[in-house]
Ligand binder design. Structure first.
Ligand code: GDD
Ligand code: MN
Length: 397
């Protein structure tokens, strides 16, 4: 397009000069069709005196949530939807929504009407006045929590205790999914946030440390009206992984724990197959051991692909290629395990310590190398055409 063409496009000044809104409200959604219209109506009322936008982040819900949001947004530019393909995860969705914002302040609220949107103006006021950097909607200061079963309440309290004790977080409900903060904080901590799991606020609070001041506003966590909670047993593992990562300053990555547990299951698979194969008469030990090793490697790959890397799951040909690389990496890991353990054992180390040292080295090797060569390499597209050095993106520079 030359200068002449460009000047021919007349953009009304009223549109061209409209800047970013003051507040972006990020709403993660997975199958929330029935909750979206009432939520939008409620937010419009709550924020009638504020310049806002809502960014829904939908993981391609099969119930058509994204299409519904886009049809509403067609007549209201303040309402947008990021439709993410082939990905799942609450934390990752929240991060992506926040990263799309150009506003001074960003809020996160669930779509299912369990959070009280009427707190949003108060949260904004606290941030505007400079009283705090992060405002949290807390479930535990107003007494009743109708939206939580007693089992979830107990688990939630235990996880809160862990976050407060081990991560030094000073907030009564760091597990809340309802909060608002300055966007500058998110931009700073974003590279260190885990996209896995449900507990994005714990991650933000732990990563930003004492630099960010917190204010808490109580509300009553309501019961869900439509649809179901997506929180499942995996959240416990994700949370434990997150705590480990944060207390070790990311030396032990969030996924490592899940990788180790899958490895432990692999040992059981190995022994079961070995026993089964040996019980067939005529099979030599070395073949039974080879078969059992293959079975364990296959189960490890499938479980890691389904659980540890469920947000980067490999499918089709990539899964086959990934399995081939994974098998080579783990075979090298096993060889180094045996070599290291034998060396220590030959140098006056007790059998269990020699065995343990070999296993630790091979577990770290298996994790680090397969993480890079299998899931990161095969699932990710290239970051940038000119990206040769890490940390050289425009935000860091
Ligand atoms: N995009 C996307 N992808 N959204 C998701 C996903 C996902 O994989 N899983 C859940 N969501 C959306 C839901 O549609 C809902 O809007 C919101 O995230 C919360 O999910 P729920 O399944 O309703 O979770 P919950 O009510 O059990 O727990 C929530 O509230 C608690 C209290 O604030 C979570 O936010 C917890 O982290 C929080 O502690
Ligand atoms: Mn909910």
């Amino acid at each position: 397009m030359n200068d002449h063409d460009r000047s021919a496009i007349a953009i009304p000044a009223s549109i061209a000069n409209v800047g970013a809104p003051e507040l972006t409200v990020v709403v993660p959604t997975y199958c929330e069709r029935d909750n979206v219209p009432p939520l939008i109506d409620r937010i419009k009322i709550a924020l009638r005196d504020v310049d806002w936008e809502i960014v829904f982040v939908d993981d391609d819900s099969p119930d058509g949530t994204a299409a519904l949001i886009k049809s509403i947004g067609a007549s209201d530019r303040r309402i947008r939807c990021i439709r993410r393909m082939k990905r799942r995860g609450l934390s990752g969705a929240c991060i992506e929504g926040m990263m799309s914002s150009q506003a001074a302040y960003v809020a996160v609220i669930d779509a299912d009407l369990q959070h009280d949107e009427r707190l949003l103006p108060q949260m904004l006021e606290r941030l505007r006045s400079g009283e705090a950097d992060i405002a949290i909607g807390t479930r535990y200061q107003s007494g009743d929590v109708p939206g939580l079963s007693s089992a979830r309440l107990t688990t939630s309290r235990l996880a809160t205790w862990i976050a407060v004790r081990l991560l030094g977080i000073r907030a009564s409900d760091p597990l809340s999914g309802f909060f608002m903060l300055r966007r500058s904080i998110v931009e700073t901590v974003a590279p260190r946030l885990s996209t896995q799991g449900f507990k994005i606020l714990v991650d933000i609070l732990a990563t930003s440390g004492t630099r960010a001041s917190v204010v808490e506003l109580p509300y009553t966590f309501q019961a869900r009206q439509h649809g179901e909670s997506k929180l499942n047993g995996q959240v416990v593992m994700d949370f434990t992984g997150l705590v480990l990562a944060k207390i070790t300053d990311d030396v032990i990555p969030t996924r490592f724990l899940s990788f180790l547990l899958v490895g432990a299951v692999g040992v059981l698979v190995h022994l079961t197959f070995l026993g089964l194969l040996l019980s067939q008469s005529g099979i030599k030990f070395v073949w039974a051991q080879t078969g059992a090793t293959l079975a364990a490697m296959t189960s490890n790959f499938l479980l890691n692909n389904a659980l540890t890397y469920r947000d980067q799951r490999l499918l089709g040909l990539k899964a086959l290629l990934g399995f081939a690389i994974f098998s080579v990496v783990c075979s090298l890991g096993a060889a180094s395990n045996i070599a290291i353990a034998s060396w220590f054992y030959g140098h006056q180390t007790s059998w269990w310590l020699a065995g343990l040292l070999g296993s630790i080295v091979s577990a770290v090797w298996n994790y680090a190398v397969s993480n890079t060569l299998v899931w990161t390499a095969l699932s990710r597209r290239r970051k940038s055409c000119l990206d040769s050095k890490p940390g050289m993106d425009s935000e860091a520079a």
